[in-house]
Design a protein around this ligand. Structure first.
Ligand code: ADP
Length: 660
């Protein structure tokens, strides 16, 4: 086996490759850009080499720099991961010319499958069914329009060099053809430097089903069954599963055989995926699937295949690249159970999945799944690269079982700081058709209004944000017996663009009413356990996971995460304790200034002291008029959140002269 390999990639896939290499005793070399200097893949690798500035074109796409780094490190082979240089035949050739091994197929295989038109011609020649359409050389508008008409609308125009859903246009009627052609061509030109297009019949109710294949350099090719990747937004996969739901055994056999035939046609070695578009209108049929394209690399969604076959595909890649035979024969590869993968992205589902780079102030995964990630709490999702945060893979004996695990996991995953799609994925995992396995690539688009819709925070979310944001001590006498007023505290929270007024009323021992506008909810059995608040609301147990970061409080009680803000400590004191005889520290900090002494008369809003917390100065003001009865702190004291700093008593009325 190789003793050292370089990984020409970043993020979760680099980390994933490093894990397998470590297990196999292979040393790893990471490469990184400026933005990734402190990235997880850099920390995990045995060595790391800086290769350039943050934009991929100046680092992860620099063929010669990466090859020089590999040479310098003494690596014997380079793993390209996926994306970046993974399907670049010149990269594969130059690695070989430099005396190293490209962990992937031959440059010739990559070239053959690199363009959609050429690949389709090859597959036709190999008797693999291809989507009806035009994939010839002629590119004249009128000619292409007449081909589209022959094929019959609706049709898809695809940039032949396209990938990642780019350069694809759906055309429903001939009037729109010319305009759609122009825009597919210019996207193809801009993204891939190639404006050449192909035209395909648009398959109605399409399902995307792909077959994982593997070849070695001894002429063996096997398949590792199929994955269903029909859950797509903007032609990009978000939840994948293996095996495909409701796949009849005869169709599976036909598809996997076609895939193996396709791989053999090009003497393929390494990991590859044959993507089929499948007519999902009714039951799957042996004559209802067509070759779309081949990806000549490891696929993002390979963990679902690993889960159902019990194999490590990166290990297979290393073994095949080293010249070994495939670890298993076809008859030894079996499907066990069912697996799902959900891709967590920093993106905003309510804004057409717009990427949302930013800092992950909190990131915590749940335990019942495989997690592939390249980031940790505190890391940035960089605007330079794909905004994926993590992949969650669950495996169960049945589809239902694996899906339930996924739902549980999405509920428990805590990811705060930037927008993410966890709530969206959770709703998708609950969608009636998806739950039944009635999937097609249009499901998300048709249901985007409800899937992308962010429900309002729950009572539990508001309660948690209020007491964490305002450091309310639920055992404080403020919420029990009070000298002057009924035990009710008033708070303000900012949520989105709104200012929310919240009252908490103590109703008895450990029982509180949360009042927001007209709504009243009674909470009891409140317990704070680490960063989770538990409460009984209307007889049901609720839990909310929270994180405080400066003025922001992130709360998650379902799959969605809500960000609340407190205005500042000044408002905290004046609003939260205006009925009280005490000034409470709203957060842990240091007293940097004390303005009053025992016996001083104060009016409402007089500045009493300054509390410095999280590098911010908070002036705490008098919650009421009164006389300072007791001061429990001195300047420079470190005080804890919830500490009683000052107590007040009522101003004694001066004797009435007329009466005396
Ligand atoms: P890319 O290479 O950009 O990923 P693909 O050719 O793989 O493009 O197509 C992306 C997605 O578009 C597919 O997964 C499928 O959802 C949809 N699609 C592609 N071709 C067709 C077709 N002929 N009919 C219906 N949907 C299609």
């Amino acid at each position: 086996m190789f003793s050292k390999i370089l990984i020409a990639n970043r993020g979760e896939i680099a980390c994933r490759i490093i894990k397998t290499a470590k297990r196999m005793g292979v040393k790893t070399v990471a490469v990184y850009s400026d933005a990734d200097a402190k990235a997880l893949h850099v920390k995990m690798a045995d060595e790391a080499i800086h290769i350039g500035a943050s934009p991929a074109s100046q680092s992860y796409l620099k063929v010669d720099t990466i090859i020089a780094a590999a040479k310098q490190s003494g690596a014997q082979a380079i793993h390209p991961g996926y994306g970046f240089l993974s399907e670049n035949p010149e990269f594969a050739e130059k690695i070989a010319a430099a005396g190293m091994v490209f962990i992937g197929p031959s440059a010739d295989s990559i070239r053959k499958m690199g363009l959609k038109d050429e690949a389709k011609r090859l597959m036709e020649a190999a008797n693999v069914p291809v989507v009806p359409g035009y994939h010839g050389a002629e590119q004249d508008v009128d000619f292409l329009a007449s081909e589209a008409k022959k094929i019959g609308y609706p049709i898809l125009i695809k940039a032949r060099a396209g990938g990642g859903g780019k350069g694809i246009r759906l055309v429903e009627k001939s009037e729109n053809f010319a305009e759609a052609l122009g825009s597919a061509q210019s996207e193809g030109k801009a993204s891939f430097g190639d404006s050449h297009v192909i035209i395909e019949k648009y398959i109605l109710s399409p399902r995307h089903i792909e077959v994982q294949i593997f070849g070695d350099t001894h002429g063996n090719v096997v398949h590792l069954f199929e994955r269903d990747c029909s859950m797509q937004r903007r032609h990009q996969k978000v939840i994948e599963e293996a095996p495909a739901p409701d796949m009849p055994e005869n169709v599976r056999k036909a598809m996997t055989q076609a895939a193996v035939k396709a791989a053999k046609k090009i003497n393929y070695h390494g990991a590859g995926t044959i993507e089929f578009i499948v007519d999902g209108a009714g039951k799957l049929r042996v004559d209802g699937f067509w070759f779309m394209e081949m990806n000549t690399r490891l696929q993002v969604e390979h963990p679902v295949t690993e889960a159902i076959t019990g194999q490590d595909l990166v290990e297979w890649q290393l073994r095949v690249a080293y010249g070994e035979k495939l670890p298993l024969e076809q008859k030894e590869i079996k499907i066990e159970g069912h697996a799902f993968e959900a891709r967590i992205y920093a993106e905003d589902p309510s804004e057409d999945f717009k990427p949302a780079p930013g800092k992950l102030v909190g990131l915590k995964f749940a335990g019942n799944a495989r997690i592939d990630t390249g980031v940790e709490s505190g890391d940035e999702i960089s605007p330079y690269y794909d905004p994926m945060i993590a992949k969650i893979t669950t495996h169960g004996a049945t589809r239902e079982n694996a899906l339930n695990k996924m739902k549980e996991n999405l509920d428990q995953t805590f990811c705060a700081g930037t927008s993410n799609n966890i709530g969206f994925l959770r709703r998708l995992a609950n969608h009636k058709d998806f739950v039944r396995g009635k999937v097609d690539t249009g499901l998300i688009g048709r249901n985007i209004d409800c899937l992308g819709n962010f429900p309002a925070p729950t009572v539990c979310d508001f309660f948690t944000a209020t007491i964490i944001g305002h450091a309310v001590d639920l055992k404080s006498p403020l919420l029990g017996w009070s000298l002057w007023q009924k035990p009710e505290l008033k708070f303000e929270l900012e949520y989105l663009t709104e200012l929310i007024f919240i009252n908490i009323e103590a109703m008895g021992e450990g029982v509180f009413n949360l009042i927001i506008g007209e709504e009243v909810a009674t909470l009891s059995n409140i317990q704070i356990d680490g960063c989770i608040l538990h409460a009984t609301i209307k007889g049901e147990t609720h839990s909310a996971h929270y994180l405080r970061d400066g003025r922001s409080i992130y709360v998650k009680s379902n799959a969605d995460l809500y960000e609340f803000n407190i205005r500042d400590a000044l408002d905290v004191s004046s609003n939260s304790a205006n009925s009280s005889n005490q000034l409470i520290a709203p957060m842990t900090g240091t007293i940097t200034k004390l303005n009053v002494r025992v016996g001083d008369k104060v009016s409402i809003d007089d500045p009493l002291l300054t509390l410095e917390a999280m590098k911010l100065e908070n002036i705490l003001k008098a919650p009421r008029e009164g006389v300072i009865a007791e001061i429990n702190c001195v300047q420079s004291d470190a005080v804890s959140e919830g500490a009683i700093l000052i107590t007040f008593e009522e101003i004694q009325q001066a004797p009435n002269k007329e009466e005396s």
